[in-house]
Design a protein. Sequence first.
Length: 276
Amino acid sequence: MKLRYDVWERLKKAKEEKGLTYRDLSKLTGISHTALTTLFSVKPNCTVGRIIELCKALNRDLSYAFGENTGKVLIYPETEREAINNFWKQIDSYYMNPKGRKHYSRKKVYRSMGKAYYRAVGEDNIHLSLDVLEKFSNHLKISPLNLISKTYSLGGRLHFRKQNSLVYLHLQDGKTEVATYMIDGDNARYKVEDWLMGMLVGTGGRVLTLTDINDKQSKVCLEWGDSLILRLEKNGQELYSYQSEKDKANELLTKISRKEKGYDSYLNLLEEKENG
């Protein structure tokens, strides 16, 4: 598997750059020098936890080992258990769960991969090796490091900008541009209308997903509940969340689409329905 080979090559390079022998590394990790010699020469399918241990000993973060430039978006796991917990959170959030069914997303992921869903999966257990991680990464189109990490809770600001038929959502942390989403405003208008109508007549779910026209892994999600929640996602990671009161929902929905007069008629009917 390519991921396994690449990770071991980078760790070997880090060891050489620090001028460490296998005996030196053994003292830092508690792994025998004989075992380390075998690990670096055979490049086995070890667990993510083992890679975390070696990265700490070599004073490298996981982005170095996995060859990913993540900027300031991710919080890397410190232990194997933490990596596994993050992994399941990513799997559980991959598919929207409109009816709140238990393990809806992970079951759907397993079926789509042709895997059997068994009891241990429901109990958050998995042998998270490099090969297993690579298989999920390739299937879900989410980078390995994203699958085992958490996202920073950004205290950023979201700016909307309309240009011709496009709507741009600029997420900024201070003066730093964190991410930009580009939505087809005309398409968004029809989708929002269909979404609201679906909730009115009882045929639609409470979550609407709009996809960046240039990047299918960048999504703008709207969720209707006690309030209107807007979430920005990238590669399965939530980058930003904003909660709007229902009386200001029209303002938010108008910003994200090209419907000039807004959606007050839909929202008023929806409020009447929910209030009985």
